[in-house]
Design a protein around this ligand. Structure first.
Ligand code: RM4
Ligand code: MN
Ligand code: MN
Length: 396
């Protein structure tokens, strides 16, 4: 690696931050069951502690995403306690996610529910969530909906679209000037015939209808197989509508596997489109990079460290693409040269430069090794094993 490349890696890492999900530290499972882990976090304090550990070792995860019903048992009144935990464990609250899918009343939807009282309750919960975000100084309120239907003819799709427009417009009116509303899409699951926000186009239209502070959130697991996600990213960038990511990897469905475990080149291509946009426009894309993963088999803290490390590698590799050369090759329709510029960057081993960068920041060069040597896991297993052997019922 030459010094231009080393500088590019250092610069890329300097700005790259990634948010951890509170639910990634809790016991989760598949619809067939859960394998309980003795170290899993079951309280909000334990989630902050585990996330703080990941941040301590990687230095690039200063925020923790919260899901309101899972993490704020007292609703708005939980804010004070969360602020305390945030200080104690050295990690700030991140995006606030209203939880609009697990209560019985949401059987037939939240913002798309034919029952107006349920739609109002969903709005009330979202209103509380925005207030929680304000009290925690969180910028992003991030919305994912399980709304949809399983059988043709059972839902009035156009009517529901209108309800969503109205509700999101109302949610937008709750925001302060510095807050954002992120709208996530997903083409299937738990609904199997139609989902109300199935793809990026629908999320884009709804965000536009909601107001100027609404942007689209791209969850890498929420696409049909072989969909060109980096093209979606490029279009959203060019429309100034890309708000953030939920990173994970997948092979079949919304598998929530560790980032880059199945297809690292996919993630590289996404980062490449973002960095290409930044180079061309000379601006910084205002994107929240967030992890949305839940680990049934891997140790949860290790899975997070592995993901963060992989994200840094793929982001650094993308930063090695020679953009002036690429522009020339594209202009000359030199396809082989253009493609090779991406492949060369992807194939560069950036790990030594990343280790150097970590050392320069006083961070452990190998966060996974440092974690395994820290004794943290052994300690929390001792503290949490009894509680975790008793079983849990909720998703997180
Ligand atoms: C969904 C979606 C949401 C997340 C929930 C837990 O599939 O990805 O972002 O909040 O899972
Ligand atoms: Mn998601
Ligand atoms: Mn998902």
């Amino acid at each position: 690696m030459d010094s231009r490349e080393r500088t590019a890696v250092f610069e890329a890492l300097e700005s790259f931050r990634i948010e951890l999900p509170s639910w990634g530290f809790a016991n989760t499972g598949t619809r067939f069951g859960k394998f309980l882990q003795p170290a899993a976090a079951s309280t909000i304090e334990q989630k902050f502690s585990d996330a703080g550990q990941v941040h301590l070792l990687t230095g690039v995860c200063p925020t923790l995403a919260l899901h309101v019903l899972w993490d704020c048992p007292e609703g708005v009144n939980s804010s004070a306690e969360i602020r305390k935990l945030s200080e104690r464990y050295g990690i700030q609250p991140g995006s606030i996610n209203p939880t609009l899918f697990q209560n019985q009343e949401y059987k037939y939807g939240s913002f798309g529910n034919p029952d107006e009282t349920v739609r109002r309750r969903a709005l009330q919960h979202t209103h509380d969530s925005v207030e929680i975000a304000r009290r925690l100084k969180s910028r992003d309120v991030s919305m994912w909906f399980a709304d949809g239907s399983n059988y043709p003819g059972t839902a009035n799709i156009r009517q529901r679209k209108q309800w969503f427009e109205e509700a999101l417009k109302e949610v937008h009116s709750y925001l302060s000037a510095d807050q954002r509303l992120l709208v996530e899409y997903k083409p299937f699951e738990p609904a199997f015939y139609h989902t109300d926000i199935a793809d990026w186009g629908m999320a884009l239209l709804l965000s536009r209808a909601a107001g100027p502070q609404a942007k689209v959130l791209v969850d890498t697991g929420h696409h049909y197989l072989s969909q060109n996600i980096e093209q979606i990213v490029s279009w959203l960038l060019s429309e100034d509508m890309l708000g953030g990511f939920h990173f994970n990897d997948r092979r079949y469905a919304d598998d929530d596997l560790t980032l880059g475990s199945i297809d690292p080149y996919q993630v590289f291509r996404i980062f490449h489109e973002i960095l290409h946009f930044e180079w061309e426009t000379g601006t910084r894309a205002d994107i929240a990079y967030m992890i949305d993963q839940s680990h049934n088999l891997k140790g949860k803290i290790e899975a997070m460290i592995q993901t963060v490390t992989m994200a840094q590698q793929l982001f650094s590799k993308a930063a090695l693409v020679d953009y002036p050369q690429l522009a020339l090759a594209q202009k000359n329709c030199d396809l082989v040269q253009a493609e090779s510029l991406l492949q060369d960057a992807f194939n560069t081993d950036v790990r030594p430069a990343i280790q150097e960068w970590r050392s320069s920041k006083g961070l452990p060069p190998d966060p996974m090794k440092a974690f395994r040597e820290s004794g943290y896991l052994e300690r929390i297993i001792k503290e949490r094993a009894t509680q975790n052997s008793q079983g849990v019922t909720s998703y997180a």
